[in-house]
Design a protein around this ligand. Sequence first.
Ligand SMILES: *Cc1c(COP(=O)(O)O)cnc(C)c1O
Length: 475
Amino acid sequence: MRNSDPSDKAALRVAFERAFAFRASLPTRPVTPPATSDDLACLFGGATPERGELASSVIEALADAADSGLMGSAGARFFGWVIGGSHPVGVAADWLTSAWGQNAGLYAASPAAATAEMVSANWLLDMLRLPQECSVGFVSGATMANFTCLAAARNAMLNRNGWDVEAFGLQGAPRMRILIGNDAHASVFAALRYLGFGAQSAERVPTDSEGRMIAAALEKKLSEGVQAPAIVIAQAGQINTGAFDLIDDIAALCNRYGVWLHVDAAFGLWARLCPEFDDLTCGLDRADSWAVDGHKWLQIPYDCGFAIVRDAEAHRRAMSIRASYLPAHDYEPGDFVPELSRRARGFATWAMLRALGRNGVAEMVRRHCQFARDLALRLTSEPGIRVVNDVVLNQVIVRFGEDDALTHATIAALLNEGVCFAAGAEWRGAWVMRVSIISAALDDADISRLAAAIIRAWRRVRPLVSPLSHQGVSI
Ligand SMILES: *Cc1c(COP(=O)(O)O)cnc(C)c1O
């Protein structure tokens, strides 16, 4: 009876209508959610539900409750953190994924989900110019991709030293060294914690002004430190500057010292599709594992990431779950991820790779990087605004005036106006505005609007703080 309840269909219709209305409102609604946390607690609040309600009214109520707390991150006025645009094709594929209710945990539970992952994995490796023998785990994002890849690294490096970490854990295992750039992403340290290495025990390798690991410093550590199984964690796309470690040099060192090279390339790996970035991405294919996001540059809706490992056997040993009631197929997508039951992310991945194609992804990456350079140029033409990083990719970090207070105030003025969104961060001891250009929804006009909004925010702040330095500036 439940399955033929007409209100189920009505709930799906309401979801469709409300989703459509939301997307249509993105160009005009405030990009920052207007609701306070109290407002939202009130909108979502109420007594614990006792009796069920009509499906369509629940969905109406959900859409009403959420609306004023939704960030405009799927639109063209959002430049915060590094958040992709949830492309309509990915969203549509994701709707089907939910409607189909497939469990991608094992081949037998959804042959279509497993096959979509298998085929998408091959396309990804081809587009990213990585070895076809790599295994790919479809995970929730780069955090879990880093975790998964480092679990495979731990397995392989200890295995080579006669230790089965999956059976016996780390207690009594040979000591391992973890070497990581000083400006690595916070989530990598989380992954190290989950794996029993601890965040503090990693040896930090000094970085340059853009956050790139200094290869000579790594070499010194490798040659002078204790001889032990080791993992080097490099980065392609620093979260603030977009900078790439000199992967080719680092890969040569790792090769020489018999060390596993993992690269956190959450968004940077997509630059592999553009030959003009070969100087940045050169040598990436020499690594042993790579973490990359699907929900950033590939525009797949949240959540989606890929754990790519050259040694598929180590990947499988670290992750597979076996039991008599879980029949194993030749290709078991669950062998490469930490979870058993999980969302079938291969459908949205397959759909986005087809919707954009190799050329479409490359053009988007190219366009976004050009936008970043354009933005940097426009901003630096305004007195008092300084672009702090070398804009090599899609990230622009900006400083306003001389002290942190001015940058804080400019970010606040930008958010207060509500036209465009960008947030802040500390970089090299000073506060900066971070602008990330990564949404497929963007065009030239959006970048002009962003530049104007940032300059407007700065012009509002400047006279308040230093009344003598702004003479002649119209606000
Ligand atoms: C975004 C990002 C991560 C974390 O990825 P999630 O998808 O948020 O889990 C890790 N490393 C880098 C360089 C990133 O940009």
